[in-house]
Design a protein. Sequence first.
Lengths: 121, 98
Amino acid sequence: MSDVKKFMFVNRKAPYGTIYALESLEVVLITAAFDQDVSLAFLDDGVYQLKKGQQTKGIETKNFSPTYRALEDYDVEKLYVMKESLDARGLSEDDMVVPVTVLSSAEMGALMDQQDVVLSF
Amino acid sequence: MLHIVNKSPLMNSALETCLNVATGGEVLLIEDAVYAATVGSTFEPRLRDALVKFKVYVLQPDLDARGMGDKLVAGVTAVDYSGFVDLTINNNSCQSWL
């Protein structure tokens, strides 16, 4: 298809404290349904969205972290996490709930330049 | 005085200002502020400094929701919702640093 565009979703907020992380995920799934080239980027507190071991029963909120594992079923397989953001939070690639590609801030910036559409959450 | 903070320390200055301005007492970290009390964060040294001046609590359900239950900084006390209520009762006043 010639009208495929490169979409990047930039996630910079922690889950649960605000609705942004969940809303981003909803829009990602919609975009994937239109057979677009979808990438997800996780920067700053956004990296917390992918933290393993989330248990939300106590706050009576849906734990949406398993949904990141379902993304590959929608052919969304490009998940990029910024190294500086992991480091600042004492996290590593092993803490992530799904396989991700870890990028430096310079690499992340270059990847953003390649996109047709960037949506921020 | 009970100081309640609900914002992530790396994205918002609420906790930093609270720790700088408040003269002492108890600090309860809830919602995204619980990340301040996790091991390995760049905020950890700042929090450890604060433990000298404040008694610091985190809300356990918020820590668990974020998958951080095993990363709590030593010296910080986890409380449940009834512990939250007790803190508000046992202090003469509360300040929420929104």
